[in-house]
Design a protein around this ligand. Structure first.
Ligand SMILES: O=C(NC/C=C/[C@H]1O[C@@H](n2cnc3cncnc32)[C@H](O)[C@@H]1O)c1cc([N+](=O)[O-])cc(O)c1O
Ligand SMILES: [Mg+2]
Length: 214
């Protein structure tokens, strides 16, 4: 009977990755998705760009929109300073259940809070639910037409402070043109494009890093 792609990715992690070793979970997923079946993880090439930004920012409070199988949650969590948290949102219960197991296998569950539900509903509740003032770093990797509305919602809910950084995957492929136009055109953002390739392919894609100026 047909398993889902995320279930096959989890099975591969349990078969090949070393329990408690986040790096081996990341490498196992990259190998599988490069050689067996493609999946929409940020991947190894764009992942190193994301890694460098996480290491530069050293966020105490980080948000990820769109957990999927948990690949980037594991990648990010393995680089977070002690006592910092990644909150990651996923509204598909099947994907959320897989991601929880991938995160646990990697041994980073104490750094990751996975919220199951739609970002649009949860963003307005973040401050109260988590005693947050603002996010130091946000990784956007969910539906591409949600990037802009969710960014505006985070602004309105006071979740961004002067210096908060937005990192958006796929700004070229599949593309997020309205988001790109907004962060590049707005005087409230200082935006920079990191050219790369769509995960596991030679197609151009890139990551946009945008600093909120307040
Ligand atoms: O479509 C892509 N990503 C969408 C990712 C979507 C993921 O975020 C969740 N989600 C969506 N809105 C949500 C709102 N709230 C919570 N989770 C949400 C979905 O349940 C899914 O797990 C994509 C596509 C390609 N591609 O080459 O086609 C490459 C990529 O790197 C991609 O990221
Ligand atoms: Mg992506």
């Amino acid at each position: 009977y047909g398993s889902t792609r995320p279930e096959r990715i989890l099975a591969e992690v349990k078969r090949k990755a070393t329990r408690g070793d986040a790096r081996s979970v990341v490498d196992t997923i990259d190998q599988y998705c490069r050689h067996q079946e493609w999946a929409m993880n940020v991947g190894d090439e764009k992942g190193t760009i994301l890694d460098s930004i996480v290491c530069e920012v050293k966020p105490m409070a980080m948000l990820e929109l769109g957990t999927y199988c948990g690949y980037s949650a594991v990648r990010i969590a393995s680089l977070l300073p002690p006592n910092s948290r990644l909150i990651t949102m996923e509204f598909n219960p099947v994907f959320a259940a897989i991601a929880r197991q991938v995160i646990a296998w990697a041994g980073v569950e104490d750094k990751v809070v996975l919220i199951e539900g739609p970002s649009g509903d949860w963003i307005p509740k973040m401050k109260k639910e988590f005693g947050l003032t603002s996010f130091d770093l946000v990784f956007l990797d969910h539906w591409k037409d949600c990037y802009l509305p969710d960014t505006k919602l985070m602004e309105e809910c006071g979740l961004l402070r002067t210096g908060s950084i937005l990192v958006a995957d796929n700004v070229i492929c599949p593309g997020a043109p309205d988001y790109l136009e907004y962060v590049r055109g707005s005087p409230r953002y200082e935006s920079k494009y990191f050219r790369s390739h769509l995960e596991y392919t030679r197609v151009e894609d890139g990551i946009e890093k945008s600093v909120f100026l307040g």
